[in-house]
Design a protein around this ligand. Structure first.
Ligand code: DX5
Ligand code: ZN
Length: 216
């Protein structure tokens, strides 16, 4: 299976959102990565339901929604209503992670958990079998355009081992500082999906960049 590319809409041009959505529709990307930030869990605010609804109306591919918000349980139904297919919450933002995951699944979505760069893989030991996706942050969440943190390679390998040992079906997604230079090593280490924001949207030919990432 070739790697899934999930371009991060955070780096899209919101003045011409239609154009960027169409570009992804016509590209080799498989998902739309949607970053939701609340200004509390992370030091930035991105966008909310009206924008996601607009993206969903035009998108011909699944929405991969990454919640960087505290207490995500409050909004699970609303994210389902605006079209989320994958809904990923942060380990660090959930007091009752197992309950949150079950809640996401009961709304008919695939459930993901994201780990900040400092959060060890071992904390997933007792939840990995319930997950469809693990999103490893390879930058500190909050902003696009940051540099990739090298330690992520080793975390991907540890996670792969945990998934194998526990017979989990979870996909491994990597988010932050991903570009055409590190993509092949990330895939080699075991990444199933790559998020790319600035590498795609700031490049001269975004569609071609997606193709290069996909075939890394
Ligand atoms: C950061 C977000 C990322 C971000 C990635 O908190 O979760 O999805 O958009 O952007 P790049 O690819 O530019 O690092
Ligand atoms: Zn993200």
């Amino acid at each position: 299976m070739s790697v899934i590319i999930s371009p991060s809409m955070l780096s899209a041009n919101f003045g011409e959102l239609d154009k960027d959505i169409e570009m992804i529709n016509n590209s080799e990307a498989q998902w739309f990565h949607i970053d939701v930030m609340d200004g509390v869990f992370v030091p930035n605010i991105s966008f909310g339901f009206p924008i996601i609804q607009v993206i969903n109306n035009k998108a011909k591919k699944p929405l991969d929604v990454h919640l960087m918000i505290v207490d995500p349980d409050r909004y699970i139904e609303q994210f389902k209503n605006v079209g989320a297919e994958y809904l990923t919450v942060h380990y660090e933002a959930c007091n009752h992670l197992h309950r949150t995951i079950q809640n996401i699944k009961s709304h008919g979505m695939k459930a993901g958990v994201s780990l900040n760069p400092h959060t060890p893989i071992s904390l997933l030991e007792d939840i990995i079998q319930d997950l469809d996706l693990v999103l490893l942050m390879s930058v500190n969440p909050g902003f696009g355009g940051q540099s990739y943190i090298e330690n992520t390679y080793s975390k991907i390998k540890q996670l792969k081992e945990l998934i194998f040992r526990k017979n989990s079906v979870a996909l491994i997604e990597v988010d932050g500082g991903v570009d055409i230079n590190n993509a092949s090593k990330l895939i080699e280490c075991g990444a199933d999906a790559l998020v790319a924001g600035s590498a795609v949207f700031k490049s001269e030919n975004p569609k071609e960049t997606i193709k290069i990432l996909r075939n890394s």
